[in-house]
Design a protein around this ligand. Structure first.
Ligand code: C2E
Ligand code: CA
Ligand code: CA
Ligand code: CA
Length: 279
């Protein structure tokens, strides 16, 4: 089997050729996307499981390409990372998201937490902290309302600088969420870092609830670890009532998923949460 695999790599199919060409073109276009204003953010609510109240939103990046239409982040973020463009993009997202939170505050929406996804190379860069500070200062958003989401695998890749960056962020008053928790094959040691205050249970475990006994066992174990360390748990990708019911009973504090809302435009968040006239 090993031999066959190796041989298979030598076949350069027309499909691979087309994929490689597409990536090259996307890379060239990605360099101009920021200047051309082709990015925007959508926001996915996160609800408190017990009450159904929206307590937070996650900013998710969208690239509206003039000819291709919407390019999904799973496709362009890895390219942006390999081109060294991700720091600029993540900084733009941080700034926009904080500005948006300020606008919602001004419109007297309930005080939401704003979660922003950050790539490993952005987070571990020495300028990251001042970028966060700048976004907070410019918008007037208090640090404790901002949450930086880092994937478990990103933390693994960063190595020694992680701890320093985490402590600095913590000193600034900004907390970190471990995104896609359970998928990173890493040690659990970083859960002790003071900035880490949230665990996001990956959708791949939520999907199997409550039918899969493996997913049930893993999810319960993750919630137990989080609880004993005093971390706040957020389950991702909740699509059904039975997933919601299971997670609520298992003691998960917060949930995100299509069951509650897809990622939406800022106006939709405002419509959802704005104070009713006279109320
Ligand atoms: P993520 O941070 O794990 O975000 C959750 C993804 O799951 C989002 O996909 C969201 O739209 C999707 N999702 C939410 N609820 C459900 C559900 O109930 N069912 C299903 N099937 N999917 C659901 P999206 O927006 O395509 O983002 C994909 C990934 O791209 C994100 O995964 C994140 O890792 C990355 N990303 C997005 N925005 C940014 C950004 O501004 N900076 C960086 N560095 N990465 C970003
Ligand atoms: Ca995330
Ligand atoms: Ca995630
Ligand atoms: Ca993910």
């Amino acid at each position: 089997a090993k031999m066959e695999e190796r041989n298979a790599l030598r076949f350069y199919t027309p499909k691979m050729h087309a994929d490689a060409r597409r990536r090259l073109k996307l890379a060239a276009e990605l360099r101009q996307a920021l200047q051309r204003n082709e990015f925007h953010l959508v926001y996915q609510p996160s609800v408190e499981m017990k009450t159904g109240r929206v307590v937070a939103v996650e900013a998710l990046l969208r690239w509206q390409h003039p000819e291709r239409g919407m390019v999904p982040p799973d496709e362009f973020i890895p390219i942006a990372e390999s081109l060294g463009l991700i720091r600029q993009i993540d900084q733009w997202v941080l700034q926009r998201a904080c500005e948006q939170l300020r606008l919602w505050d001004d419109a007297r929406l309930p005080p939401l937490r704003m979660a922003v996804n950050v790539s490993a190379s952005s987070f571990s860069h020495p300028d990251f902290l001042s970028g966060v500070g700048q976004a907070l200062l410019a918008s007037g958003v208090p640090p404790k309302r901002l949450l930086v989401e880092l994937t478990e695998s990103a933390i693994l890749r960063m190595g020694e600088d992680t701890e320093k960056a985490m402590i600095a962020l913590h000193n600034l008053g900004v907390a970190v969420a471990i995104d896609d928790f359970g998928t990173g094959y890493s040690s659990l040691a970083y859960l002790k870092l003071p900035a880490v205050a949230f665990l996001k249970i990956d959708r791949s475990f939520v999907t199997g609830l409550p039918a899969s006994s493996n997913d049930v066992a893993i999810t319960e174990a993750m919630i137990a670890i989080a609880r004993s360390l005093g971390l706040h748990t957020v389950a991702e990708g909740i699509e059904t009532e039975s997933q919601h019911d299971f997670l609520l009973r298992a003691g998960c504090q917060e949930g995100q998923g299509y069951l509650y809302s897809r990622p939406v435009a800022p106006e939709d968040i405002a419509r959802m949460l704005a104070p009713k006239p006279g109320a």
